[in-house]
Design a protein around this ligand. Structure first.
Ligand code: HMG
Ligand code: MG
Length: 308
């Protein structure tokens, strides 16, 4: 039986909207709009923002403006800016933009590793190894993301053993933080706890995080189940933006607004101003011309409309 601890008193949210959210947009979002989104997120109290990725522009054209976006940001004190770097080429490109953190992203399923980064799990680790070493030499923190930890669009079921295998590989090459990612949003609470427990066998609780796409509407329940294990770092995406280009049909990450509302309701500190966050979500929804996917944002905007 999974032990249930008292819920954490504070949670750190990493807004991945500018990267995970926008990477999947078919129409190009101008770099200035991405920069404005980052500014609004930091003004709303986000202290960790995943800004962009240094990947092939042929594979993910939306992130081709990585340098312009990073250069355009007026950095706020105390905010950490993370970027994705799948290989040494990506890391070298990212270095001049001075990220606080880099993310290497592997997968718990071989099939997804091949589709997403064009190599096997073992080869991905050999590509990550020099990236991790170089980042740590430069004093840049390294986060690892394990995609498809709760299920894979190509393989189907993914076991906790498969997750732990990749956790171990990441730990062996010096990755400092382990993100357990439900790329296609199929996980349910007990399965999420089983996957997280494997990460917690190898990483301290402050270095384990959850990244839950909300395709099947399970993400908030999965975050609650994670809180019960003491996990207190989560990725989320303002407005529920996004999806993954290599996981067709998967919707965006859980909306940051929805997570903040739940956490504040539980009396858990986030440092985030929900109203300002809703405004940030409304801003980017306007840019991409789609209504927000956040239930909380819709409810709060309806209430504002009624009060006006
Ligand atoms: P590859 O084809 O295996 O690499 O791609 P390669 O070394 O053979 O190079 C092929 C071409 O890519 C060459 O260019 C390289 O210069 C170029 P060409 O000669 O054809 O003109 N290249 C690069 N260009 C820019 N930046 C680089 C880079 N590396 C090589 N870093 C690679 C390997 C990983 C680059 C490719 O497969 C790729 O870009 N894939 C995209 C992966 C991606 O961004 N996926 C979405 C993000 S992951 C995600 O969303 C999941 C997450 O949110 C967690 C979750 O939800 O699960 C994190
Ligand atoms: Mg994702």
């Amino acid at each position: 039986m999974t032990p249930v601890y008292p819920l954490p008193s504070a949670v750190t949210l990493v807004d991945v909207g500018p990267r995970d959210g926008l990477q999947n947009e078919a129409t190009v979002v101008p770099a200035e709009a991405k920069v404005e989104l980052v500014h609004r997120l930091q003004a709303a109290g986000l202290r960790e923002i995943e800004v962009t990725s240094y990947v092939s522009p042929k594979w993910v054209p939306q992130m081709a403006d990585n340098h312009s976006v990073m250069a355009g940001i007026q950095r706020a004190a105390g905010v950490r800016y993370a970027v994705l770097t799948p290989n040494l080429r990506g890391f070298e490109d990212a270095l001049s933009d001075k990220p606080d953190e880099i993310v290497v992203f592997g997968a718990a399923s071989e099939a997804f590793s091949q589709r997403n980064i064009n190599c096997s799990i073992d080869v991905s680790m050999e590509r990550f190894r020099p990236v991790v070493a170089a980042a740590r030499d430069h004093g840049i923190k390294v986060r690892g993301a394990i995609s498809c930890a709760l299920g894979c669009p190509y393989q189907g079921e993914v076991t906790a053993d498969e997750v732990e295998h990749v956790v171990r590989l990441m730990k062996d090459i010096g990755v400092q933080h382990c993100g357990v990612a439900d790329t296609i949003g199929v996980g349910t609470p007990a399965k999420v706890q089983a996957a997280l427990e494997r990460a917690l066998k190898h990483y301290p609780v402050e270095e384990v995080s959850g990244h839950f796409h909300d395709t099947y509407g399970q993400a908030l329940a999965n975050i609650y189940a994670s809180l019960q294990l003491g996990v207190h770092v989560f990725d989320a995406s303002v407005g529920g933006l996004g999806g993954c280009p290599y996981a067709k049909g998967a919707t965006g990450n859980v909306a940051t607004e929805d997570v903040v509302y739940m956490l504040h309701g539980l009396g858990i500190h986030t440092g985030i101003d929900l109203d300002a966050l809703v405004d940030a979500g409304a801003y980017i929804s306007g840019v991409i011309g789609r209504p927000t996917a956040s239930r909380v944002a819709r409810a709060l905007m309806a209430r504002r409309g009624a009060a006006a």
